[in-house]
Design a protein around this ligand. Structure first.
Ligand code: TYD
Length: 138
């Protein structure tokens, strides 16, 4: 997979698989390129039409994973757009600053995990698409 949008990238979790199951490992400043300060996850979408995200961050860096099921990650850096089918728990996508992201087509059993380099703060969110585009043109 090639990432075309700006401020993104691929992160691979370490995987230790054996007959008793798979173990996935995320370590700050090792395979995750930032210090993890917050972890949140999303499950049980209300329907297959549920849409999450629809925002960009001013400075937060995050990594998003699909731990179970699947979803579609739509990325937009203001110029380039990219659609990524997320289904491999060991392969995450970096969501750097000024990257508009939307999660759609969540399967019923989908579990989305996000690792973040910052505590929650609404001030870092850009939730208006026009405002986002203005920011990318600065
Ligand atoms: P939101 O960022 O809109 O979720 P998503 O991008 O997954 O669609 O967050 C939904 C609500 O939860 C919103 O009111 C903010 C709140 N929230 C927190 O209080 N702390 C958090 O760490 C996150 C991610 C959200």
């Amino acid at each position: 997979m090639n990432i075309k949008v700006k401020n993104s990238g691929i992160v691979n979790l370490q995987k230790v698989g054996d007959v008793d199951g798979n173990l996935y490992i995320a370590e700050a400043m090792k395979n995750i390129p930032f210090d993890i300060k917050r972890v949140f996850f999303i499950n049980k979408p209300s329907s297959s039409r549920a849409i999450r995200g629809r925002h960009a961050h001013k400075s937060f860096v995050q990594a998003i994973f699909c731990l179970n099921g699947s979803f579609v990650l739509n990325l937009d850096d203001g110029k380039e757009k990219q659609v990524i089918k997320m289904k491999d728990p060991g392969t995450g996508i970096l969501l750097g600053p000024l990257l508009w992201h939307t999660m759609s087509n969540l399967s019923k059993d989908c579990v989305i995990l996000v690792l973040s380099d910052a505590w929650y703060g609404e001030n870092d969110y850009i939730r208006n698409y026009k405002e986002f585009l203005r920011n990318t043109n600065d």
